[in-house]
Design a protein around this ligand. Structure first.
Ligand code: ZN
Ligand code: ZN
Length: 137
């Protein structure tokens, strides 16, 4: 068992892994704020992120993190959202807009298709070395 000092209050607590980033008291307080935030967003779909933070005694940073983790979702058609990390478009939850997600999926598929086998890589390297040697002469 690992003992850490809590990020929130500085007290020592038993760290049980990434699911316990703070002491139980701070985790409970955090969870309470999260629920408050969630309810506030549901009841006030027109509120902007700063307003939500002010009204729920949280910070914009905390709210954004919850949204990135997809724990919080802004209502469809609400005035607020966070920026897509790819293109900056306003999104309601997660990290990327659907268009960027799609693009990344395509890129990923292309990349995995294009990844040469170790054998090919060696051949390419030999080719390049041979050419370089040829140029040196
Ligand atoms: Zn604490
Ligand atoms: Zn995007």
């Amino acid at each position: 068992m690992e003992v850490r000092s809590c990020r929130g209050c500085g007290k020592l607590y038993n760290y049980l892994g990434p699911s316990t980033p703070a002491c139980p008291a701070c985790m409970a307080a955090m969870e309470e704020k999260f629920q408050k935030c969630k309810e506030y967003i549901r009841d006030n779909p027109g509120a902007n992120i700063q307003q939500v933070a002010d009204e729920t005694e949280t910070t914009v940073k905390m709210i954004k993190q919850w949204v990135r983790e997809e724990r919080l979702t802004f209502a469809e058609g609400s005035a607020v959202g966070i920026e897509c990390e790819g293109c900056g478009a306003s999104i309601l939850t997660g990290r990327y807009c659907p268009a960027c997600k799609f693009k990344m999926q395509q890129n990923f598929m292309n990349a995995s298709r294009r990844t040469p086998t170790p054998e090919q890589q060696t051949n390419n390297r030999n080719d390049r070395d041979n050419k370089m040697r040829f140029l040196d002469r």
